[in-house]
Structure formats: structure tokens, C-alpha cells
Design a protein around this ligand. Structure first.
Ligand code: NCD
Length: 317
């Protein structure tokens, strides 16, 4: 594999990645192409450019995370960075320091890149406007989770080929999901159509905002009909006011994916979930662990996608 397979740093038309809204098809395809090259390098233990060597990367996590945080850290280390990790619970934010002051102080330590997760929508843009560093969003409230949207696209593209004309069903708590939102911006940009389904209280208030390729289904069967891939989402209890769901038992009964319901989708349709999974609620184990499930592939692709994003936005090559 040649160095050029990994693309050239600075070749994207964006400087930060706060979300996938407004990101061009060319930029998304460039990231996916470079991510695919990194994925192949990971699988074959081939060398990758140490383009983050000497780049100061800070992981600013104000919210819990398992996959995303470890995945960013793995990506940074593969590219030669020695990341610094900030955790809100053990920091001076707990002593009342403002986000602006925290960020300006970390910047004064010499940060070149911030990877940010925060419960408040818009935090990555806020940080970008107060520092000179490159900012990558690792999830802001219910707003966006761009690297998750990209890894979902990469995983589907690897199995389905070009996503143009492909039909994706997204089922669950779409209203409070930043994962859904990033997918709803990116998938139509890639030419896919998306059908949404879930309890009325958990559907987006304005699905038309995502353009004509995104529509709300009339039933579970309608959402799954002809779907090439089915993405399931966790109910985001932490972002909901009470009373949006009668009970988890009823949710499972009406919206949970089991083996017989999966047959309503195209034969061999992919099953995706960003994790963490609540087994037996949005999906039964028999489906989450079967050979149509690409849930663990999503996790592996996450490292490759984050390598691609960091390399293209901040790599020194
Ligand atoms: C998601 C998140 O945090 O937004 N998880 C993830 O990053 N893989 C989804 C979720 O918490 O349900």
C-alpha cells in the first residue's frame, strides 16, 4: 500500500468536523476512501503514516463513553499521537470553571486538536470559535455524532457497495439520537433513501428538514419493506422528559427487532446498532449476534474512520 492511499492532509474543504450537516459528498467520499485504506492496513498489519506524531491531541469528554473514547484513542495512537485525556468528573469544571476557561487553558498547554463529547448541543462549534485548534465532535447532546455517521456509512458501503438508491430503515428513538441525526444528513448526501419508524413521541418533529429522501413510515412493516439495512437505536432515557413511552415491554412488543420481523426486510439485510445495545428491548440477541449483524464491524470501522478524519484534518504529512 502506498502513502497516497491515505490521502493528503488538508484536502477536505472543512477545517473542523462538528457534524455531517452540509458536508459535501466529495468530502464524505474522501474520508470513506481513506478510512477504507486504513481499515485494510489494520487488517493486514501494514504500516500507516505516523501523521499525528508531534501533534498535540486532547480528548475532552464531558459525557460517558466506552466505544467512542477508546476508538479515538486507538486511532490517535496508531497515527503516532500521545493523546491527553480530560475527564469532566475529575477536572476543575467540577470546581465551577467555565467551558471557555477550561478550553483556553488546555489550548495554552499547546493543544492542536480537540476531540469533544458534551451533553450540550453546539459545544464543538463553541470550542472552535474560542481556540485555534482543530475540533472533532465525538457527540454533542442530541445534535450530531459525525464519526459514528461516517463509520455507519463505511460499514454499509463495504457490504452493499455504492449507497446510491439503497434503502435504509432507522428504528427507535430518533428524536433524541445524535447518531440518527448524523446519518440523516449523510445518507441522503450519498444518495440513499431513509425510512424512519418508532413511537410517535420519539420521531423527529420535522423529518422534512432532512430533505425528500427521508420519510416517516406508516408501520414497522412499511419501514422494513425492501430495506437493505436496518439501523436500531437505543432509547435515550437521559435526554428525555418523562412520559414519552408507556413501558419498555410495550416498546419491545411494537418496535423491537426479532428474527421473524427481520424477514420483512430484503433477504440478507444488514443489522446495525451504534451501541450500547439494550438486548431484548430494541433488538433480541438472536438478531444482534447473527450473521446479518455488522455491529462489531461498525466498531472496527470506527477506528479506521477516526484515523481518516484526524489524518485528513490534522495530520502532518
Ligand atoms: C451513541 C452515543 O453516545 O451517541 N453511542 C456511541 O457513540 N457509539 C449511542 C447511544 O448512546 O445510544
Amino acid at each position: 500500500m502506498t502513502k497516497s492511499a491515505f490521502g493528503v492532509s488538508g484536502s477536505l474543504s472543512v477545517r473542523h468536523l462538528p457534524g455531517l450537516r452540509g458536508v459535501s459528498r466529495d468530502d464524505i467520499l474522501s474520508i470513506l476512501q481513506v478510512a477504507q485504506a486504513f481499515r485494510e492496513a489494520i487488517d493486514t498489519h501494514a504500516p500507516v503514516p505516523k501523521s499525528l506524531s508531534g501533534v498535540s491531541v486532547v480528548n475532552l469528554f464531558f459525557e460517558n463513553s466506552t466505544r467512542t473514547r477508546l476508538s479515538f484513542e486507538a486511532a490517535q495512537k496508531r497515527l503516532g499521537a500521545s493523546p491527553m485525556n480530560f475527564s469532566a468528573a475529575s477536572s476543575s469544571t467540577a470546581k465551577g470553571e467555565s467551558l471557555r476557561d477550561t478550553v483556553r487553558n488546555i489550548q495554552a498547554l499547546g493543544a492542536d486538536v480537540f476531540v469533544v463529547r458534551h451533553s450540550c448541543a453546539g459545544t464543538p462549534d463553541f470550542i472552535a470559535s474560542h481556540t485555534k485548534a482543530v475540533v472533532v465532535n465525538a457527540g454533542d447532546g442530541a445534535c450530531e455524532h459525525p464519526t459514528q455517521g461516517l463509520l455507519d456509512a463505511l460499514t454499509m458501503q463495504q457490504r452493499l457497495g455504492d449507497l446510491a438508491e439503497k434503502r435504509i430503515a432507522i428504528i427507535g428513538d430518533i428524536r433524541h439520537s445524535r447518531v440518527a441525526r448524523s446519518n440523516l444528513w449523510a445518507l441522503p448526501t450519498l444518495g440513499a433513501t431513509v425510512r424512519l419508524w418508532g413511537p410517535a413521541t420519539l420521531l423527529p418533529r420535522h423529518p422534512e428538514a432532512f430533505g425528500p429522501s427521508v420519510t416517516v413510515a406508516q408501520s414497522l412493516e412499511d419501514a422494513l419493506d425492501g430495506a437493505d439495512a436496518v439501523m436500531l437505536l437505543r432509547i435515550q432515557h437521559e435526554r428525555q422528559s418523562s412520559g414519552l413511552l408507556p413501558s419498555l415491554r410495550e416498546y419491545r412488543h411494537s418496535f423491537g427487532l426479532d428474527k421473524s420481523r427481520l424477514t420483512m426486510a430484503k433477504p440478507g439485510a444488514l443489522v446495525l446498532h451504534p451501541g450500547p445495545i439494550n438486548r431484548g428491548i430494541e433488538v433480541v440477541s438472536e438478531v444482534a449476534d447473527n450473521d446479518q449483524s455488522v455491529i462489531l464491524e461498525q466498531v472496527t470501522n470506527g477506528v479506521a474512520v477516526r484515523m481518516a478524519v484526524l489524518h485528513l484534518l490534522a495530520g502532518r504529512l
